[in-house]
Design a binder for this molecule. Structure first.
Ligand code: AR6
Length: 180
């Protein structure tokens, strides 16, 4: 059992915050914090590449790429999850970052729904290599999930997986603040 874990019902779906490594979670799909070229680099992508084996990158290569704010789906190689959803967040400094991050989160959730998946885990997209502030990511990600869940979904479980105690606490604080 993870050290830091909160669970709250949200319009028929359960939203969870978990501190841990996203590649270890028991969910049908994990979200990769991807880039437009779908080249698996470091961070979340590095962990996926390492544990999932080479088939995920090979599938990404066949797809070729996807724009900022969009997402694509592949298999999950040797990971426990069935799918990896590659969502491209904004690079800090490129402009219009908040809207692009909302769009990346929404695209990942919608893609999971379109594939009939019941559970998905997302990382704090853009807050590593891409330099997006964690508190702003927490507000945008949780607001977008909340909004998405109001619209009707077959997803039963949406997990936000945070790397480290600081990120977890920032997201938990934002969750406690509620949604406007
Ligand atoms: N599980 C959960 N969260 C993680 C893990 C993990 N195993 N590893 C890192 N994080 P990042 P980005 C956190 O850099 O900023 C890559 O090279 C991390 O602490 O993975 O969107 C890609 O190929 C941070 O809070 O994604 C792209 O080129 C968050 O996940 C580019 O980086 C996101 O960090 C994408 O950058």
């Amino acid at each position: 059992m993870e050290k830091n874990h909160v669970r709250i019902p949200m319009n028929g779906t359960v939203l969870e915050l978990i501190e841990g490594d996203i590649t270890e979670l028991e969910v049908e799909a994990i979200v990769n914090a991807a880039n437009e070229k779908l080249e698996l680099g470091s961070g979340v992508a590095g962990a996926i590449k390492k544990k999932g084996g080479p088939t995920i990158q090979a599938e990404c290569k066949r797809i070729g790429g996807t724009g900022v704010g969009t997402a694509v789906i592949t298999g999950a190689g040797e990971l426990d999850a069935k799918h990896v959803i590659h969502a491209v967040g904004p690079k800090m400094g490129d402009g219009d970052e908040d809207r692009k991050l909302s769009s990346a989160v929404r695209s990942a959730l919608a893609l999971a729904d379109r594939h009939g998946l019941k559970s998905i885990a997302l990382p704090a997209i853009s807050t590593g290599v891409y330099g997006f502030p964690v508190d702003r990511c927490a507000r945008i990600t949780l607001t977008e999930i909340h909004r998405y869940l109001q619209g009707g979904t077959k997803l039963e479980r949406v997990v936000v997986c945070l790397f480290g105690d600081d990120s977890f606490k920032t997201f938990r604080q934002e969750l406690r603040r509620g949604f406007r």
